[in-house]
Design a protein around this ligand. Sequence first.
Ligand code: ATR
Length: 277
Amino acid sequence: MTDHFAVLGNPIKHSLSPFIHQQFAQQHSHELEYEKIEAPVDEFKATVEKLYEQGYSGLNVTLPYKLEAHALAESLSERAMLAGAVNTLIRTDQGWYGDNTDGIGLISDLEAVLGDTLNSMHILILGAGGSVQGILPALLEQQPASIHIANRTAAKAEQLINQYDDENLSASGLDFKFPQMYDLLINATAASLDGEAPALAHTPLISSACYDLFYAAKPTEFMQWGKQLYGPKVKSSDGLGMLVRQAAASYELWTETYISDELIDSIQAELRQKLTR
Ligand code: ATR
């Protein structure tokens, strides 16, 4: 019997999720169909309910619906509760169970890039929007030495960290004079969408890696900025690996099938070829 899955978003035309999940299924001889569905803005809930009635086994949810998916799920994982957002819905007899694999996708990709765990690292994040809110619980769970969040609108970064009672979390504007060396710099601003690196008044010292949540066919502006500033000793990566790894984590939840690093790497290489911009 064929299992049915889908990714919902708006827009959704360019989603790579169907390709990724078909690769997982092919490798494990699973019979599944994975579609992309553009849910109209005011019909997300109705669409999700209809797919439940039609017997869909699982859904991925992307922009702009992660908060709505969180609100409509009948039950939630702890990490989805903490993130306040859902990217994976799993069918249960009692309705949809909401989970969030974005954080774990990022962590496993960061570990692959760094060749190390985040434990005891000093992390600097640029941006304080929805994606940072979504990944922050997973980052904190790794018990880094500190996380500093710098955002164009400083108040938004302050607001975000105030949701946590954690003395290793701090916040500022992008004009901050960074007082210390960081192991890892994560760009989570939407500046990459405009082909720009976020403008910092003072350059932070970075020792291990620059990671852009955004991805593209070529190294992003942020990655190029990092390479130029820090040289080849500091690794740089975009978020394509995170995309494949959050998908792998969803697939594992739906099918209880382990997706190997080798498969993740080969899918990532294929995707890189498919990206046109
Ligand atoms: P996402 O879901 O991708 O996080 P978002 O919630 O709209 O999207 O957040 C976008 C983030 O990028 C915000 O932190 C935003 O800063 P503000 O809070 O000041 O708006 C940041 N951002 C957007 N364009 C930027 C730019 N050109 N330079 C620096 N930061 C930018």
